[in-house]
Ligand binder design. Sequence first.
Ligand code: THU
Length: 159
Amino acid sequence: MKTREIKILVHEFENISELSPDEQSLLLEARRITGLAYAPYSGFHVGAAILLGNGQIVTGNNQENSAYPSGLCAERVALFYANANFPESVVKTIAISAAKNGVLVNEPVKPCGSCRQALAETEVRFEKPIRIILDGQDAILVLEGVESLLPLSFSKKAL
Ligand code: THU
């Protein structure tokens, strides 16, 4: 028996001003779009902003439904919009923010398992790591790729 340790890198920032100007703009877009989320059931408003290889920024937010499982997270709304409209453009960075009662959450928001899997698919599709920015008042976390969110992931390589 062998035991392997898998390490992930998590860069932690105290304030948005510590990010590069481009990443600050992206995160501000994610924050802005939380305000347009449709989340009447949870009151948890999530926003995602994606920087594409063509320089374009696309955004999305969570869309809830009275039949709960029919709703969709902000990350996948943004990601699927990006992949649907710009299938040739690599997804470079995704910034994710969340607010309760209009106030940015304290703890950095973490994507759910299904969104991690969707991000993993996009990373494999474009063969480029996706930079991930997770917003919160206590800290802003920056990950260099989906592997830091979803180690040992399933992908087409297994098929
Ligand atoms: N949600 C997201 O949009 N992204 C996440 O990363 C976590 C959860 C949404 C789903 C649901 O509308 C609400 O937040 C509460 O779970």
